[in-house]
Design a protein around this ligand. Structure first.
Ligand code: SF4
Length: 298
């Protein structure tokens, strides 16, 4: 039986992490995204697209040097939390502390609060509100720490979210057609080159969650199942052959990658969802260990 330790100073630790991850995710672009942008710029055959990719890389460089945001859109704050074995934590207090951290980040940095109420469009200027931050909480027996990933989701890419409850008779061909059709319909609006997340299977809500979670995977990291990995490459190349290009201005680079996550589903269902992450590909990760040690990464 695994022994369980109580995390010391948990609330202060999570509040500080909420603040830090929300700010850092918007300043420091993950290394895999930088590498993918550089490689795309080197490969591009369209001169204008090459220039656009170079401008993006310059924006990343300026953000590094001046510690400024890569883009003015602070996005919807979303946390993906996985609680491993051997750590006792007050879950409700942890989520409240992360929320306070986002509020502090907004006030102290300061950041534009992009969050408003659904009907009255009221802005508390805290980047929080009912249901926001969005928290996804899971448990895992495979890790001995708490894994927290912050994803500030920009509206340009988040508005390009699509779900279709296909029929089993539509098969994989229907899934491929839907992904391609949505990429073409989205055009330049999600600020390409995007990371396209595809969810296949589950219920409608799970399918969309899988699509969004798929965008978190580092660019270039393939799905461990070989048939799904092959489908990722096929869809990536098919979307890039549309010629939509960076910011929709034409070129070879419409997506940096396509990632797929799947779940089993009902015998009469064949759900597919698409969720796009814009070129800045923001995410920031913390691993919190039972003794209070924290590793920050991507
Ligand atoms: S979707 Fe576009 S505007 Fe919004 S954060 Fe991404 S790059 Fe910026």
């Amino acid at each position: 039986m695994t022994s369980v330790s109580t995390l010391p100073n948990a609330e202060a630790l999570f509040e500080d992490l909420g603040r830090r991850l929300y700010v850092d995710a918007q300043i420091d672009i993950p290394p895999d995204v930088r590498r993918a942008l550089r490689e795309a710029a080197a490969r591009e055959t369209n001169r204008g697209a090459r220039g656009m990719l170079t401008t993006m890389l310059r924006a990343v460089d300026v953000a590094d040097r001046k510690q400024t945001l890569v883009c003015q859109d602070t996005g919807i704050p979303i946390f993906w939390i996985t609680i491993g074995r051997g750590i006792a934590v007050d879950g409700a207090a942890m989520l409240e502390a992360l929320r306070r951290g986002v509020e502090r980040a907004t006030e102290e940095t300061p950041l534009r609060s992009s969050i408003v109420s659904a009907i009255r469009r009221e802005n508390r200027h805290t980047s929080t509100g009912d249901g926001v931050p969005v928290f996804h909480v899971e448990f895992s027996t495979a890790i001995d720490y708490i894994d927290i990933v912050m994803m500030p989701k920009g509206s340009g890419s988040e508005s390009m979210s699509f779900l279709k409850m296909l029929l089993p008779a539509d098969g994989l061909a229907g899934v491929k057609k839907f992904v391609l059709d949505t990429a073409v319909e989205a055009g330049g609006r999600p600020c390409p080159p995007t990371i396209v997340g595809v969810g296949i299977g589950g219920s409608s809500d799970l399918c969309m969650t899988l699509a969004k979670k798929a965008t978190l995977r580092p660019v270039g990291q393939r799905h461990p199942q070989s048939d799904i990995a092959a489908l990722e490459v096929e869809l990536r190349d098919a979307i890039n052959s549309t010629g939509i290009g960076p910011m929709g201005l034409g070129g070879d680079t419409t997506v940096l990658d396509v990632h797929i996550e799947t779940a089993w589903t009902h015998i009469t269902l064949n759900p597919v969802a698409v969720n796009m992450q814009c070129w800045r590909g923001e995410r920031r990760r913390a691993r919190v260990y039972a003794d209070g040690r924290v590793d920050i990464g991507y």
